[in-house]
Design a protein around this ligand. Sequence first.
Ligand SMILES: [Zn+2]
Length: 565
Amino acid sequence: MEFRALELNSSSSIWNPERIIETLDLMSRVGYNVLVLHEVPVMEELVWPAKFFGAIAEEGGVHRRYREGYKAFYKYNPRRRPTPYHNLDYMRWIARRARERNIDLYLNNKELYFPDAILEFHPELVKNGCVCPSEPFWVEFTETKYDELFTDFPELTGTVTAPGSGESRLAISSSRCTCELCATQSAQEWYTNIISAMHRAATRHQKKLVVRDFVFDHSAQNDLADAMVALDEDITICLKNTPHDYYPTFPDNARIGDVGAHAEWVEFDALGQYFGWGIAPAIMTADLRNRLAFARSKGVTGILVRIDWEGLQGHSALRSMNALNVYASAMLACDQQTTNRQIYELWSSDYSAVRGDLGPVARQEALQWIEDTLEAAWPITSRTLFARDCVFSDSSYIPVSVEHAFWLGEEKNSLRDWDASKWEVLSPTLDNVQIALEEKRVARTLVAELRERVEVGHTGLNPAWHGDLLRRIRTFERYVQLYEVVATAVFGARYLLATGVEADPAVLTATRNSVARLAELAQELRATESTEPYPSVLLLNPQRVDVVREDVEANLVKAGFGDQS
Ligand SMILES: [Zn+2]
């Protein structure tokens, strides 16, 4: 594939010059050729926009704009006064370091976003306490903002944007404005107006524009996708590999290959926001191979791989075994025939997983052991954080209540919205409860076998790396065990609530036992908390365990099973 983009999402990676250089060096070694820096308000870090503060600098240049506007910038927001020139100078430095390595730089944001002062300059934008997304001013604002950005940032190759996400500051899809303009304008018109404003600026400055599909359900996806197809054909469309979000148990995103004449990129998550952050390792070589083959068959020419998450600072796939996903993605995008061994070889040379003094045969044996061990993690993780392929976690945290668990799986991250055969799989029948709990039991058995295998180890492993792996696998096992108990508690409670006195007595016993076990687990986690490293300490959180236990207990009382006798 022509475009192999690595994306940083976490501020602690983006605004860290040493991390940037490390990342660029890694990209060169592995085969990435585009760096994407993604923050929802990243443009607001780089442009005031000066024109709206009365600062007109015809030639452009962030310091010229500052010369014209420093008093106004100071008056309206003293803290933000120097922000655009500090951060633009930094971003230009990154772009030059990237260029030295033949890597292009893109910024990724969500629109609309704007500084507070804009509402002061244009009070007509606020109607009955709501900011109106449909006022034509926003088109002018967007075009001006990008015009200033592109003028002042010649090294930038392009921008990636998701209009209409609830995570932006203003969008037609999440607006509560009830004015006549909002009532008559379609979501499609709104998307088109905003993207066209950005595209006019991009065209003027010969920058690339990539538009992301960022929606949560079928109807919103169709609104945006129809608008996308109709956009100017030199706009690239970027789609997640699975619909809604990065859930590897979901089917391929059906919109891939179905966006008209546009070039297409497909997005992947190497870290696993929804599959364990690398605390539960998930080496996705097989999944990547299949997804990329599908994407290629649909004419996709680029991938975008995010390696960290904006919701979790100070962590990255590169600080976990999921680093292998970062290597696999670029290598498979370069060449679909890349073997697992080639991926593990390159990764191992960076992470010193095997001893340096081995001959070629012994080295291959050690790599085979590592591959067999780490590839065994995903079948465990998929049975832990998913229940019959449905999402069964809160971005890898355990759910906080019975209702929360099923809201996550059936509504918020609904698989059945995309795959009708999954409509009933979580509903509270005895069969479903038994199947779900059997799945969790299998995960617990497999992780114990994996831990035993890692304890035995292999003579070709670098001892330091082996020690690190063993510590990680023990944490993984605790996490899988916790999920089994939580699943028993919440599936059981929901079933008992639905079934009442007719309930199967074995489920009642299992649910009561799991409540007692949750109390013990919380104690154990409190005792080991000081030795648990970041960020696994977040996921093995005793307060979270107490909170879900309290809710299961309350549900048992509600179902008429409060009496333990
Ligand atoms: Zn309105």
